[in-house]
Design a protein. Structure first.
Length: 167
């Protein structure tokens, strides 16, 4: 560290060392180093994205979301920034925002299996929270436990050849 509390070297050195620390699983140290790099080069999307990844790995989800958002707003076609924004939003419990940004990431890069898996999980969470999966354990009350027609099973069976909407 220098006298001013900054790490030794130049911004590019901080970025490379911070990225290496992140790759080695030391997210906390990477956050410290990459924060200095972002402070010195706030417009660098590559440095900010690396910081967001490190913050996410360090479980600083709100900070990660803000940095992924900054990158995505600077370049809306950055599928990874949209993906990171969506994951961080999910970790913070904002599944509506998560679904929106994960869907954008999937639309931009449909071949990314991990993007699609994250979107499916977020949509399943939204559906479960809305009561879309029925009761806990999949057990519906029988006729002896109902108070009226609103608790009766759906009388319309699925038509043959149709599958339930899993989006």
């Amino acid at each position: 560290m220098s006298e001013q509390g900054r790490p030794s070297g130049e911004v590019y050195d901080w970025f490379r060392r911070g990225s290496a620390l992140l790759d080695q699983g030391n997210a906390g140290a990477a956050v410290q180093l990459l924060s200095h790099a972002v402070e010195a080069e706030p417009e660098s999307r590559a440095i900010r994205e690396a910081l967001a990844r490190a913050q996410f790995e360090a479980r600083a989800y709100a900070a990660a979301l803000e940095n992924f958002r900054t990158v995505a707003l600077a370049d809306p076609s950055d599928d990874y920034a949209q993906f990171g924004w969506g994951l961080a939003a999910a970790r913070l419990g904002d599944f509506e925002a998560s679904a929106e940004h994960l869907a954008l990431a999937v639309a931009m890069r449909p071949s990314a299996k991990h993007y699609r898996a994250a979107l499916r999980q977020t949509r399943a969470t939204l559906k479960a929270r809305a009561g879309g999966f029925g009761t806990v354990g999949g057990v519906r009350p029988g006729p002896e436990h109902t108070d009226g027609p609103e608790s009766a099973p759906d009388p319309q069976p699925e038509q043959q050849g149709e599958s339930p909407d899993v989006r």
